[in-house]
Design a protein around this ligand. Sequence first.
Ligand code: CP3
Length: 349
Amino acid sequence: MNDTFLKACWGKEVPYTPIWIMRQAGRYLPQYRAIRGKSDFLTMCKTPELAAEVTLQPIDILNVDAAILFSDILIPCEAMGQGLEFHEGKGPILFPAVRDEATLNKLFVPDPEDTMKFVMDAIRLLRKELADRVPLIGFAGAPFTTATYMIEGGTSKNFLHTKRLIYENPALYKSFMDKVTATITAYLKAQISAGAQAAQIFDTWGGIFSPSDFREHALSYVKTIIADLKGWMASEKIDPVPIIYFVGSTAGLLEDIKTSGADVYGVDWRVDLDVAIDRLGGDVVVQGNMDPLSMFLPQDKIEENVKDVLSRASSARGHIFNLGHGVVPETSPDNVIALVEMVHRLSKK
Ligand code: CP3
């Protein structure tokens, strides 16, 4: 098996720097759009054969070192009892928005094998189809990032309703977050039991906070999840899977992120990777961190950026190459294929 990705996650010696790309299964690939043209996004997520098929596309097309399950961080919101729809061009809509006790009380902590069985079925199918070619990454949203969608009722610019709820009714926010945290913990355990070989926690919106608010209202719940997962893997004698914690707008929060308990820290592009490694404590494993929009540079300039990131990563114990956030739909697949080739070639020992 190509276990370069897993070795790098544990900070072990690797023959080259492994790479995967956030949103690697997505609209920039014509092969994805061909399948998406025939079914809507949620149907794809809920049909294990389709989810597995698009998960595998980037493995064949890009030659990346890990597969990430095709799904969405909002799937557990529906399992908790909220309505979820994706509208063309408008993004997700969640209803009713959670802003009062009555709405919160209607939400429950679901049994993932019952309400989200299609995710675990996709994982089981993928492990068979991958036949150990590359490891499979499972994922969930961090409680705070997930909660923003549930409170705002969709995507937001300034997170008004979320911050108002936190500041005006902290007790309600906390009991809501306890439910979301329990849901995500059980969901990640189910993914690992089904065969996920790593787990990434996406805290895309963590950077909208001051550091002290981030610690109290976002990070504390992530720490609970990671500690719970690690204790559970040890007590159940499950081969430990690495936990990757990705926070958007990482730069203001690095000293806090390093207390999360994660094995790998995802870093976005707004900070130089060597500076991030230093502020994370030096002896760490990092993932990142090229600007996704740098994929619009000519390939010789992309190559310069790759060299820069690789050389800045050299002080870390381990490095997994990635973009600092998801690849955008307008990106040329040829440039992504070239990126993977460059990382493999330029990092070869
Ligand atoms: O990385 C991967 O390839 C795995 C699949 C994956 C998707 N979403 C597929 C997707 C993953 C890991 C996610 C995570 C996700 N989803 C996050 C966290 C990471 C991030 O990108 O910030 C968030 C915030 C979401 C919520 C979400 N999903 C939004 C806001 C949208 C609409 C905006 C958009 O890009 O269209 C989605 C839809 C979505 N999730 C698509 C895909 C491939 C596009 C759906 C389509 O085909 O129309």
